[in-house]
Write a protein that binds this ligand. Structure first.
Ligand code: GLY
Ligand code: MN
Ligand code: MN
Length: 462
């Protein structure tokens, strides 16, 4: 993947991020690893995607690298371990940063070849109270860190100082990543803008007979052509009943006259992602049943967006969407019963465990139609970091957070309705609709970043 240009503004941004994390670390030390090497198959190299935490703190796009934040060190507060320069390897796979580059370009106070990690790491841990590390996909690094950690903890008995515990770094870092800075929002807006153009072009080319894969290819071409790194996730181009498979990525059917097309596609730009879904009729005309479901999903989405504001608990938008969807399905006769009882589901058992609560939630009557939650945090990861709950309470939305709002209704041909609910008449079968926007929490409410992508039914029809 393209490296992000390390200009003065990005360097300043990276410095601020490390400073904020260092303040939270206090006398602890953070160890952050890069993503493992790109996958190779018989010497063919696949694109490398940096670990988001590592990128967030270093801006560096190389594998086999480790960053340390050592706030209490008199000189070496930011340390990098990287691959040394190697002209022969660089001839094949491109330039490496090298130890000097880590200091001169990426601002490390000290830098070493990655092979020296196990030897040098203990020296930086001597005065640390805790080691902060997220066990990830890099098994070699996991083993090294664990071994050094065990050695250090054992030393405490004689030294009376040093590492006394291990803390998962995400508990310190995720709250920082959750609030997007102006620099980050610029990238997110760019990812959204490219995504919006790609969606518009995709909708224009959608006609009966066109292959889902052709639209997928058009999306990918637009993402790259317009300066993005590529799709933020495998694009979902789902005609007709394929839309009822939530993560449909086969994209190998031809669009049929009379079907809807669901496109869930977003672009990655400087590692920041958009995540956009639109659903529209392939032939430019909704059938009555399709339009009825579309209108419910759109109202649900608008009701959810209206709840995105600072201070609102994270679950509010979802609850608003569920209410509109339940009432809408009742109006169509697809759910029967008292609205409040349908929304509440079964009463909880005394002393219910979290697992039992989740199981009870899954049995709610709207779940066969709307089985996922209304959104997630969005940023460097499509399903971005951040806690949705703190103990019993839901996280309060705050300015700078970016969430997706993406309710849907899916009536799979083999839908299994909840106990006591009527069977779904066949004319509704195969309708799958989701509408997804990316929404920034502002000081006063919210801004729909993806507002330029049409969703008004008039704009989606001939
Ligand atoms: N495209 C993945 C999602 O909407 O969460
Ligand atoms: Mn999506
Ligand atoms: Mn999403």
């Amino acid at each position: 993947m393209n490296a992000v240009v390390l200009d003065a503004s990005f360097a300043a941004e990276l410095g601020q991020r490390r400073q904020r994390l260092s303040e939270k670390l206090g006398d602890r030390v953070a160890v952050v690893g890069s993503a493992p090497l790109a996958v190779h198959h018989n010497d063919v190299e696949f694109p490398y995607r940096q670990d988001s935490d590592f990128f967030y703190l270093t801006g560096l796009n190389e594998p086999e690298a480790v960053a340390l934040l050592v706030p209490q060190h008199p000189e070496h507060r930011f340390v990098l371990f990287v691959r040394p320069r190697n002209p022969e390897a660089e001839r094949w796979a491109g330039k490496r940063l090298g130890v000097e580059g880590a200091k001169e370009i990426y601002g490390a106070d000290a830098a070493y070849p990655i092979a020296e990690l196990a030897e040098k790491l203990p020296l930086y841990l001597e005065k640390a109270s805790q080691l902060c590390y997220r066990f990830g996909l890099n098994e070699i690094l996991n083993e090294t860190v664990l071994r050094v950690y065990r050695q250090q903890v054992a030393l405490y008995a004689r030294r009376g100082t040093g590492v006394q515990g291990l803390l998962d770094l995400r508990f310190l870092l995720a709250p920082l990543r959750q609030h997007k800075s102006p620099w980050e929002l610029e990238r997110l807006r760019q990812a959204v803008e490219i995504g919006a153009i790609a969606h518009e072009n995709a909708r224009r080319m959608a006609k009966p007979g066109v292959g889902e894969w052709e639209i997928e290819a058009q999306l990918a071409a637009d993402f790259r052509r317009l300066g993005g790194q590529g799709p933020a996730y495998p694009s979902i181009v789902a005609g007709g009943a394929n839309a009822c498979i939530l993560h449909y990525i086969d994209n190998n059917c031809r669009l049929q006259d009379g079907d809807l097309l669901l496109i869930d596609a977003g672009c990655s730009y400087d590692y920041y992602n958009s995540d956009i879904t639109r659903t529209f009729p392939v032939n430019g005309r909704f059938r009555a049943e399709q339009r009825a479901i579309y209108d419910i999903v759109l109202r649900a989405q608008q009701a959810a967006i209206a709840e995105v504001k600072p201070g609102a608990p994270y679950h509010r938008p979802h609850d608003a969407a569920v209410r509109v969807i339940v009432e809408g399905l009742q109006d169509l006769g697809l759910l029967v019963g008292d609205t409040a009882a349908l929304i509440a589901g079964e009463p909880p058992a005394a002393a219910e465990t979290f697992k039992e609560k989740e199981e009870r939630e899954k049995r709610k009557p709207h779940k066969p139609f709307f089985m996922h939650r209304t959104g997630h945090f969005l940023g460097l990861d499509v399903h971005d970091v951040g806690h949705y709950r703190e103990g019993e309470a839901w996280t309060a939305l705050a300015p700078g957070m970016v969430v997706t709002i993406e309710p849907g209704i899916y009536i799979a041909p083999d839908i299994q309705v909840a106990a006591g609910q009527p069977p779904v008449p066949e004319r509704w079968h195969g309708i799958g609709i989701r509408i997804e926007d990316d929404v920034l929490v502002t000081d006063t409410g919210c801004e729909v970043l993806t507002a330029a992508v049409p969703k008004d039914p008039q704009a989606l029809t001939d």
